[in-house]
Design a protein around this ligand. Sequence first.
Ligand SMILES: [Fe+2]
Ligand SMILES: [Fe+2]
Length: 175
Amino acid sequence: MLSEKLEKALNAQINAEFWSAYLYLSMSAYCAAEGYAGFANWYNVQFKEEQDHALILTNYVLSRGGKVSLAAIDSVKTSWGSLLETMEDTLKHERKVTAMLNELYAVAAEEKDFATANALQWFIDEQVEEEETAQSWIDKLKMVGKDGTGLYMIDNEVATRTYTQAAPLAGKLLK
Ligand SMILES: [Fe+2]
Ligand SMILES: [Fe+2]
């Protein structure tokens, strides 16, 4: 059984993952409207991945006999000044999520709920990649600056990203 404190914290994380999905859908729409079809695709994949994260945690709370309480999802920003600004916001957001997950892991460890700590390990590992990827696009966007040809090439590069369902959802009821 989950402790009340952990159940609450896991539900808060589910909400945060949905908020992330919302943020990335908004960024995807912004990129699409600005004519960056590649980045619109890239953020759409992010959008789907964040929904996966919310579902993984939902399944986990259910499998521990906990209660899933879905709270309201806060509104998100709807426009940015440039692709670089969008990606900088992405990195900032992912760093915040990393801190949240570390905090959640600490609560699980403190309560000696090692099953939850183990389940969170996947998320913590995922964050390393999330931050690294956002940073690499920031580096490339800074390299080309306002150069149209450069932006066109990067947009084509991110257009190739495809979505694959997160491994922890395999065989689960909610996916
Ligand atoms: Fe996430
Ligand atoms: Fe993320």
